[in-house]
Design a protein around this ligand. Structure first.
Ligand SMILES: Cc1cc2nc3c(=O)[nH]c(=O)nc-3n(C[C@H](O)[C@H](O)[C@H](O)COP(=O)(O)O)c2cc1C
Length: 258
């Protein structure tokens, strides 16, 4: 095993941090590695907001589905899918007049551009995760940043062609965090297919979730919940935060496309 594989395999999400700052030198190294991430057309369709203001961290800890550990992280980076910078540049370069001359419609950022920018932002974010990990700094994604768009838009002054796609919190893990068992993964045969997609049969789904079902059967049952799938459906998929995330993303899309 080489060192890179070792860092990748040993990474886990870290949600409790030592009260130790991340030095400016290490931050700079993490940033350098982040910005070297592959990026569509070398456009760098993302921005990073380094959240240093404790008041903003405190607010995010509430607006991101009440996750107090977020506020205790020494480093918090917001990853934005960002087409604003390029579109502003196009406008500054006179593309409106150019389109008039060429008698073609002015094309603005659309759904495809948004997805591409999201790819860029998340690929850069994962570079940051791995770079931090290589310095012994743990991290955790906060997907709930896609919720509460109205609040986050105001909090970060987000213009039309930006999309808050990921929040990353970083810090040195506490010893307890280092002792936590690793999360499991589904067997690769359910994830990796050859040449074409394979839709799992009922029997395969049963096999895939057997461990989860087993663990759930051993634990405390919840009233009216018969199995792992029902628990996940009620407490994750159909939970308030998931519904809010979809509402918020719908709003962002509407604004992006307006
Ligand atoms: C897109 C995304 C969003 C996530 N959002 C949260 C979150 O809001 N809060 C949290 O505690 N963990 C969050 N996580 C971390 C996952 O829960 C974690 O990666 C998963 O349980 C596997 O555990 P591991 O990272 O320790 O291997 C998120 C991870 C991803 C990739």
């Amino acid at each position: 095993m080489n060192q890179v594989i070792d860092v990748l395999i040993k990474r886990r999400s870290v949600r409790a941090y030592e009260q130790k700052e991340i030095s400016a030198d290490i931050r700079a190294e993490i940033l350098k590695a982040t910005l070297r991430a592959p990026t569509a057309g070398n456009l760098m369709l993302y921005s990073i907001v380094d959240v240093t203001d404790q008041k903003i961290k405190d607010r995010l800890a509430v607006t991101c589905d009440n996750q107090p550990f977020l506020a205790r992280a020494p480093m918090v980076w917001l990853f934005l899918a960002d087409y604003q910078r390029w579109f502003d540049y196009y406008l500054a370069c006179g593309v409106e007049e150019l389109c008039r001359q060429k008698k073609i419609p002015l094309r603005k950022p659309e759904e495809g551009d948004l997805f591409l920018a999201c790819c860029d932002a998340l690929i850069a974010a994962q570079n940051a995760v791995i770079a931090a990990e290589s310095f012994g700094i743990g991290s955790c994604y906060i997907g709930d940043i896609m919720e509460q768009y109205e609040i986050h838009k105001e909090l970060f002054d987000l213009p039309q062609y930006t999309f808050p796609i990921g929040l990353l919190v970083f810090g040195y893990p506490t010893p307890e965090q280092m002792r936590r068992p690793y999360t499991t993964r589904f067997d690769e045969k359910f994830i990796l297919f050859e040449n074409r997609y394979h839709r799992l049969s009922g029997q395969e789904l049963k096999e895939m979730f057997a461990e989860n079902e087993d663990r759930m059967a051993k634990g405390q049952g919840r009233e009216g919940i018969a199995n792992f799938g029902q628990a996940m459906y009620i407490y994750k998929f159909n939970a308030e935060f998931s519904v809010e995330m979809s509402r918020s993303v719908r709003l962002i899309l509407k604004q992006w496309m307006s």
